[in-house]
Design a protein around this ligand. Structure first.
Ligand code: TYD
Ligand code: MG
Length: 457
């Protein structure tokens, strides 16, 4: 209550433009994110606290009195997109889509909206970034066009809301949240206060009018959607587009999802007709793999329910530096340092006077410990200058004493490898004992790094 009273009295608030921290007085340094000169004065709106989403839920109801309805989902007809959303669009859900400029956010949303419109569902795409002509041109490239797909070029929130209420679309897209602004605040479009207020109002609208709403957001230099903490708390789903600048494929990842799993990813390839789903990403990621090259190894990671085979490369070269270089891309730097130390101590490889580079091919990020054995093997392979059998897969987590520890989802990883013609799978001995299914691949259980290195080289 106290907070509400004080808020009502104050006219303005200072918000940090990089993390959303708020203070009643100006400060040179944000105490939350430590940024300098990031606090900007913004007018405080008090209506936020009085908003409710549903008229009926005014008093508490016993949970047993509530009827459950199966959430109805509308398909976007893009299998990979549906998968990330948890099975399609949910009525009234607010989905935030973030990613670097040019990665394909507008393309994907327009494609999805068009597919929905083709099912005779009215949809509205509001662009504050591009003119109607530009959007139309893009739509033509994508072969999109349906009588139920409406376009609007607008940056004023109040005007947009008026049009939304008039048209009553079932699905709405805002491209982008940083270009929309409300006339009730005098701060610039894209500032924390504006972004927060715009999303709050859209959320209110989405819930009350039951409109599935996509909000496209630009990312900051650090890779987060501007106003990250505030926005991520408010919305139902947060999706991020990742990808390697030069490459044509993109990965859509759910960071938060109230209507599905957050582990699922969607893999797309950008073509001249827009984004196309890639159903078998392993083939794509292994397509350029050099065979019989030292340092190259194949590992399998599991994203949600889907296994993905990925090539990992290491390059180990003698150094003249006092402090040898350890460069990693796609895997954790500290993890690699730790594994190199394990190799030195437990497998007697003299790596201390060598530079080591480790890279996940294709710009993918692999965070799970199941790739430890792959890293160890690729570093050893490059160091010894001995290539690995290209039909072998390496799985397992490595501990500090050099033991190889069990990982989960062994069977789906091995199945994917067998499907792609792999013949051997090195895995933790403890996993081997529990393995039941018949997969046409030879399983070789190992219990220490030392044993593994001696076995394969
Ligand atoms: P876009 O969706 O505009 O990215 P964002 O909204 O995230 O900024 O995607 C732009 C890029 O995609 C641009 O470089 C052109 C490319 N592109 C294609 O290769 N094929 C296509 O059919 C379309 C529409 C875009
Ligand atoms: Mg765009």
């Amino acid at each position: 209550m106290l907070a509400l009273f004080t808020m009502a009295k104050e006219k303005s608030v200072y918000s940090c433009q990089s993390c959303g921290y708020q203070s009643p007085k100006w400060m040179g340094k944000c105490p939350d994110c430590q940024g300098w000169n990031t606090l900007v004065e913004e007018k405080k709106l008090e209506i936020l606290e009085t908003r409710t989403f549903h008229e009926e839920s005014l008093s508490p109801i016993p949970i047993t009195k509530l009827s459950t309805q199966e959430t109805f989902r509308t398909s976007t007809k893009i299998k990979e997109f549906d998968r990330v959303l948890g099975g399609g669009l949910v009525e009234g859900a607010l989905v935030l889509v973030g990613g670097d400029p040019g990665i394909g956010k507008s393309t994907l949303i327009l494609q999805a909206l068009d597919a929905v419109a083709k099912q005779n569902i009215p949809v509205l795409y509001i662009s504050g970034e591009e003119s109607l002509d530009q959007t139309k041109l893009r739509a033509e490239r994508l072969h999109a066009g349906s009588d139920s797909l409406y376009l609007l070029s607008e940056t004023l929130l109040e005007k947009s809301i008026q049009e939304i209420k008039k048209l009553k679309p079932k699905v709405l897209a805002i491209d982008s949240v940083q270009t929309l602004y409300t006339s009730e605040l005098d701060s610039a479009p894209g500032s924390i206060g504006q972004v927060r207020e715009v999303v709050a109002r859209l959320l209110y609208l989405a819930k009350r009018e039951k409109i599935t709403t996509f909000v496209i957001g630009h990312v900051t230099k650090e890779g987060a959607i501007a106003g990250p903490r505030v926005l991520e708390h408010m919305v139902d789903t947060v999706l991020y587009f990742e990808g390697d600048g030069g490459k044509s494929y993109r990965i859509l990842r759910a960071v938060k999802n109230r209507f599905g799993s957050t582990n699922e990813i969607g893999v797309f390839e950008m073509s001249e007709r827009g984004l196309e789903g890639v159903e078998n990403p392993s083939e794509l990621f292994l397509s350029e793999r050099p065979l019989n090259a030292p340092g190259s190894v194949v590992v399998a990671s599991v994203e949600g329910t889907r296994p993905m085979l990925v090539e990992l490369q290491a390059l180990v070269t003698p150094t003249t530096l006092a402090l040898p270089r350890r460069t990693t891309m796609g895997v954790d730097h500290n993890r690699v340092s730790l594994l190199v130390a394990v190799l030195e101590k437990r497998a007697d490889l003299a790596l201390y006077n060598h530079d080591i580079y480790v890279n996940v091919v294709g710009g993918l990020k692999m965070q799970e410990p199941g790739v430890d054995v792959g890293i160890v093997v690729s570093v050893a392979s490059s160091f010894l200058n001995k290539a690995l059998d290209p039909q072998s897969l390496f799985l397992g987590e490595v501990g500090l004493t050099g033991e190889i520890r069990a990982i989960n989802h062994i069977e789906i990883r091995a199945k994917e490898a067998a499907r792609l013609g792999f013949k051997h799978c090195y895995l933790p001995k403890s996993n081997l004992k529990k393995l039941k299914s018949k997969i046409p691949i030879e399983f070789l259980g190992v219990s220490t790094v030392d044993e593994l290195i001696r076995l394969i080289f």
